[in-house]
Write a protein that binds this ligand. Sequence first.
Ligand code: CAA
Length: 379
Amino acid sequence: MFELSEELTLVRDAARDFAERELMPRATAHDREAHIDDAVWKQIGELGFWGLTVPESHGGAGLGNLALSIVLEELNRACAATGVTVSVHNSLVCSPLTKYGSEAQKREWLPKLASGEILGAYALTEPGSGSDAAALSTRAVRDGDHFVLNGTKIWVTTGSLAGVVIVYARTNPDVAKAKGISAFIVPANAPGFKVGKKELKCGIRGSPAVELEFDNCRVPAANVLGGVDRGFPIAMDTLDGGRIGIASQSVGIAQACIENAVAYAKVRQQFGKPIAHFQAIQHKIADMQTRSDAARMLVHKAAWLRDRGEPCGRQAAEAKLFASQSANFCADECLQIHGGAGYTDHFIAERLFRDARITEIYEGATDIQRLVIARAVLG
Ligand code: CAA
């Protein structure tokens, strides 16, 4: 755990090299233009990063969650909008398809997803159900060998770019709310599938978060993932993996904050010397480094447990809770060290500050991570 294997070191170096060469120079443009070029997605495909957790038998790298976490840290250190796209695709789409998909579903979807021929998205949240995910009201009604979906999803990361979306809908309204939900593999070209409004966000602006509308959307019954009415535990188990992804994103953002704060503190002169010579700045850097190191260990531990197939809901929640708070702490201190300049677009401190904020919100807000941890501890 304290030293990466040779294989993981090679994966990390490849991700770091790509992130420094290709993503860092473009990250500001991704943010300002709220767009990422297809060329970036293609390069990520060439590196095999769309299928990190997909088995080799289905076209992936078969490397697992620790490898994914390490790659995500590197990508997010350079560009969090790119990083979340890779995280959602791997952990919220490829992983549940690998774990719960039938052989036919895996053969149909995994090779295309693992190569990056298509991107994936995950649609759970609705206008009336955010933290209370089981309260969702999108309805799926059986019609012969199809289901017909009606409803609206919001905050669907990558929703406007995706070729396939895992959609959670209510198949049985007559049982307790978490018991009557199913997961559907919905191709973006399904009749009645519509991309709605794109949100104008505070950060990670290169990653589209959109509304999806299902207007009598017809999906083959063969596209139910993991069985009818069995969707909610799949959504939750999937989010355990997703939270490790967002925790990894947080570690990457924190790392970028430390590096940018240190670089600025060494050159910015006040009172006749670089501000790095002042204890007030040194204490900030020390706290940033300590929190980020501790966060990385929590994240690696949760990913390692998930790779072993052990329950990791609490550990994933701990990793996300602590890492996202650390990222926000580091982003705040990074901006503070930059002073007034940090509040302008002269430095990337302001983008890091905006990008960090979402890590405490999506894939389960900080308050929900505390709820998951407390329930596990209290029993
Ligand atoms: N793994 C497997 N099954 C699980 C599970 C897990 N981690 N957690 C719960 N379940 C199962 C339970 O065992 C239970 O099944 P049984 O009834 O068969 O025992 C069922 O799911 C219901 O569980 P709960 O009673 O715990 O459900 P709850 O209604 O109390 O909700 C919650 C729990 C933790 C609050 C949950 O609703 C939650 O995580 N909320 C946050 C939602 C969230 O993270 N949303 C983010 C969406 S994605 C996104 O952000 C956008 C994006 O694109 C990035």
